[in-house]
Write a protein that binds this ligand. Structure first.
Ligand code: UDP
Ligand code: MG
Length: 317
């Protein structure tokens, strides 16, 4: 019998977890009729509420539910990776626990993979209804910007919610990067991809776990991780400012020789010094951003620590 592993990252989700279970149970029944096994892998990302207790309770009543629990909050990306390493299904899915990723779409995704022979099917929101306007605006701006500066294609409205074949799951596991932005990594891998659109759904309970600054840093990680254009920008700025200063030197020499200009222009000089130093610091900042990422990559720290799991540690690599 074929098996679909569904990886569900959870961070302080005690309010959503039972609601999710109710919904996924219905989908499990539907898959059972098709003689397909569903396996749920909850990844508790260091929750500080009762999430893990709820998960353990569900696990004790259902053999198709599994779990991993981190020693602290390592972030959704780490949770997805841990789940991928744990999952051994013929197909693997990512799904949020807050029901913003409608579980019933999984059936359509599965059909697309089996009947239409896609390797990966990704859920994409038609709109961002219900989301704060500023968040939608910045998200759209981010996708437009990254489309211009990166060769890797990233689609606006695309969710982490996706179903993939074993080949895709194995391929993503071969990428050893520490700084992970999975949407970008999937796009980098290629494969035959289909997007299924659906209307945005609001979180069923609890609050989003992403603050404004976390989202900004996540976007920053994606830009640094998938484009070297910012480095080129700093080089171009350097060249442009060298040219401008060279022209200015020529003008000053000319004015001094021809008009014998007395010393003047102190305020403008200070402004120029400030401006150019600003540009220099900006460029240094861009370089430092890349260096800091290299620094983190070379340390090879584990992306997460598993505190407990329903499998023996040897089985969870
Ligand atoms: N999540 C996680 N670790 C985190 C933040 C979020 O595992 O550090 C999980 C969270 O429990 C949820 C999913 O990732 O299942 C998406 O998070 P959220 O709904 O807060 O994000 P949003 O939908 O607002 O982008
Ligand atoms: Mg959500």
């Amino acid at each position: 019998m074929q098996k679909i592993s569904v990886i569900v990252p959870c961070f302080n989700e005690e309010d959503s977890i039972l609601l999710f279970y109710k919904e996924i149970m219905k989908i499990n029944e539907k898959f059972k009729e098709k003689k397909i096994n569903l396996e749920i892998i909850f990844v508790d990302d260091g929750s500080r509420d009762n999430t893990l207790n709820f998960i353990k309770k569900l696990k004790s009543d259902n053999s198709w539910i599994h779990y991993l629990s981190f020693s602290k909050n390592f972030g959704k990306e780490a949770a997805l990776l841990a789940g991928l390493r744990y999952a051994n299904g013929d197909y693997v899915a990512f799904m949020d626990v807050d029901l913003q990723d409608p579980p019933k779409l999984l059936i359509e995704m599965y059909k697309s993979i089996v009947k239409e022979k896609y390797d990966i099917v990704i859920a994409k929101r038609k709109n961002r209804k219900g989301e704060p306007i500023i968040r939608s605006f910045l998200a759209e701006a981010f996708y437009k910007f990254i489309a211009k500066i990166s060769k890797v294609r990233m689609v606006s409205g695309e969710r982490d919610y996706r179903l993939m074949t074993r080949e895709v799951a194995d391929a993503i596991l071969t990428i050893p990067e520490y700084n992970r932005y999975s949407k970008g990594l999937f796009s980098y891998l290629g494969f035959n991809t289909k997007w299924i659109t659906y209307d945005n759904v609001k979180r069923v309970a609890g609050k989003t776990k992403w603050s404004f600054w976390q989202l900004m840093l996540y976007a920053f990680d994606a830009i640094i991780g998938f484009s070297t254009v910012p480095l080129m920008i700093s080089t171009f700025l350097g060249i442009i400012f060298c040219l401008i200063s060279f022209i200015m030197i020529l003008i000053i020499i000319f004015k001094t020789l021809v008009f014998g200009d007395p010393v003047s222009g102190w305020p403008s000089l200070v402004c120029i010094i400030f401006f150019v130093s600003g540009i220099q610091l900006f460029c240094l900042g861009i370089c430092s951003a890349y260096i800091s990422k290299i620094y983190l990559e070379t340390k090879k720290r584990p992306l997460y620590i598993i505190k407990e799991s329903d499998k023996k540690e040897d089985d969870v690599t």
